[in-house]
Structure formats: structure tokens, C-alpha cells
Design a protein around this ligand. Structure first.
Ligand SMILES: NC(=O)c1ccc[n+]([C@@H]2O[C@H](COP(=O)([O-])OP(=O)(O)OC[C@H]3O[C@@H](n4cnc5c(N)ncnc54)[C@H](OP(=O)(O)O)[C@@H]3O)[C@@H](O)[C@H]2O)c1
Length: 241
């Protein structure tokens, strides 16, 4: 059995590609998800990867969910913080609830999950944490003050934890996808996608989830031990940070 990898939001979209790519690379993978049981069941049927349901926004649920994964599969050595949501609105129309939901999932979710595996990684002197941030955390995006703030926060967390984890054999890195053709992006109005978003991408297309997954597989590998605190931007040339 390979190292155990846990992917949050690992049953759909980019997360599903990450889970599958890690499995193909020899990891024993657990995929967490929040509520879409049907998608999770389909994913397990298709891939054989076990799914575990809890919200990353709930610290106690993370703690018990991780305990369940570790009891079934063994200590988590690779954590991919991929779960994320959008609740878009222009700032003057954004409600406190829209702000809170996105911060709770996209930023506090990383604290909750990483905090619960950190002690074990420190004891075993090995860990790989990969945080899925976003191009919009790097450059900011109108209509996404909540999402941009959370995703920028993920990058700060990545760099701070990279410093704390280094001597304990734990690397912490981030991947910032540009626009990837998942349900999250396909939900954007097609006219906006074709006339406003794709023309801003120099390679002239949306990214594929597998293109993000390959970055994660590299950062999770034993061979990437000298890479920490870094951000891989995979955005088709749309933004250079
Ligand atoms: N798509 C893009 O173009 C793009 C660009 C930049 C960054 N990203 C980031 O990449 C990540 C994946 O995006 P995606 O497009 O693949 O999203 P997606 O297709 O909407 O899938 C989101 C996944 O996250 C899970 N999830 C949501 N809230 C959760 C919670 N509180 N606890 C546990 N799991 C939760 C969902 O579970 P259920 O299936 O149960 O709903 C689902 O598995 C996100 O962090 C997103 O911000 C995406």
C-alpha cells in the first residue's frame, strides 16, 4: 500500500481528478465531500476510491472524519485542501452570510483540516500539504471579495506553515488554478465565458482538471522535498505573480 492521501472536495471537479491522479501514482486515496451523496457514490463506483462525508468548515467534524479515515486506511501523509465554494456578489450587495460561508469553507477549512493532521505529520517527520488556491486570490476579482480574500489567505497560510513544517519534513505548497472547465466555471453564463473570460486566457481555452492534478502529484511526491512555501500558477498565461 502506498502513502495515504486525503483530498477534500475529492469526489467532483478538480478534486476528483486529483484523487484519481494520486491513486494512479500509487497512493491510497480518501476523498472527502460535503453533501452530494449521488456524485460521491458514482465516483466510488467508477474509481474504487472511498469517500467520506463531512464539512471542512466544521472543526469537530474534521477531527472525527480524519480519525475515521486514519482508522480505515492508516496515517494521512498527504493532505490536499481542495474543497471550495463561491458565493459571488458585488461587494455593495454581498451579505455577511455570503462572506462568512466562503471564509469558513475556503480559508478556515484549511486551518481545520491541516491542524488536525499536523501533529501526526510532525511526529512521523513527514508530510505533504497542498492547498488549492486560485488565480483570483493572486490578482483579486470584482464580484468575489469573499473568495479573493479567502484564497489570498490560503497563500499566506501556505507560506507560514512551510516555515513551521520545514524542519519536521513537512512541505506546504499551493496551486493556483486559472479558469478550469469544472461545474463551478461552467455555471458562469456562457456568453460571459466566451466573450469575457476565454479571450483573457493567452492559451485560448479553459484548463483541464487533469492539468491541476499533475501539479499536485508532483508536489505530493517524495521527490519534491526541497519545494516548500511555493505556488504553482496553472492559468494558461492569464496572470504572472
Ligand atoms: N474551477 C475553477 O476554474 C477553479 C479555479 C481556481 C480555483 N479553483 C478551486 O479549486 C477547488 C475545486 O474547485 P472545483 O471547480 O472543482 O469545484 P466543484 O466542482 O464545485 O467541487 C467542489 C468540491 O468541494 C466540495 N465541498 C464544497 N464545500 C465543502 C465543504 N464545506 N466540506 C467538504 N467539501 C466541500 C464539494 O462537495 P459536494 O460534491 O458534496 O458538493 C465538491 O466535491 C476549489 O477550492 C476552487 O476554489 C477552481
Amino acid at each position: 500500500m502506498g502513502r495515504v492521501a486525503l483530498v477534500t472536495g475529492g469526489s467532483r471537479g478538480i478534486g476528483a481528478s486529483i484523487s484519481t491522479a494520486l491513486k494512479d501514482a500509487g497512493y491510497t486515496v480518501a476523498a472527502n465531500y460535503a453533501g452530494n451523496d449521488e456524485a460521491a457514490r458514482r465516483f466510488t463506483d467508477e474509481t474504487g476510491i472511498k469517500t467520506f462525508k463531512w464539512s471542512v468548515a466544521d472543526y469537530d467534524a474534521c477531527k472525527s472524519g480524519i480519525a475515521e479515515v486514519e482508522a480505515e486506511l492508516g496515517p494521512i501523509e498527504v493532505l490536499v485542501n481542495n474543497a471550495g465554494i463561491t458565493r459571488d456578489a458585488m461587494f455593495h450587495k454581498m451579505t455577511p452570510d455570503q462572506w462568512k460561508q466562503v471564509i469558513d469553507t475556503n480559508l478556515t477549512g484549511l486551518f481545520n483540516m491541516t491542524h488536525c493532521v499536523w501533529g501526526g505529520m510532525r511526529e512521523r517527520k513527514f508530510g505533504r500539504v497542498v492547498n488549492i488556491s486560485s488565480i483570483n486570490g493572486q490578482k483579486g476579482q470584482a464580484g468575489q471579495a469573499n473568495y479573493s480574500a479567502a484564497k489570498a489567505g490560503d497563500l499566506g497560510l501556505t507560506k507560514a506553515l512551510a516555515q513551521e513544517g520545514a524542519r519536521a519534513g513537512i512541505t506546504v505548497n499551493a496551486v493556483c488554478p486559472g479558469y478550469i472547465g469544472t461545474e463551478m466555471v461552467r455555471a458562469v453564463d456562457e456568453k460571459v465565458l466566451n466573450e469575457r473570460i476565454i479571450p483573457q486566457i493567452p492559451v485560448g481555452r479553459l484548463g483541464e482538471p487533469e492539468e491541476i492534478a499533475r501539479c499536485v502529484v508532483f508536489l505530493a511526491s517524495d521527490e519534491a522535498g526541497f519545494v516548500t512555501g511555493s505556488t504553482i500558477s496553472a492559468n494558461g498565461g492569464q496572470y504572472f505573480s
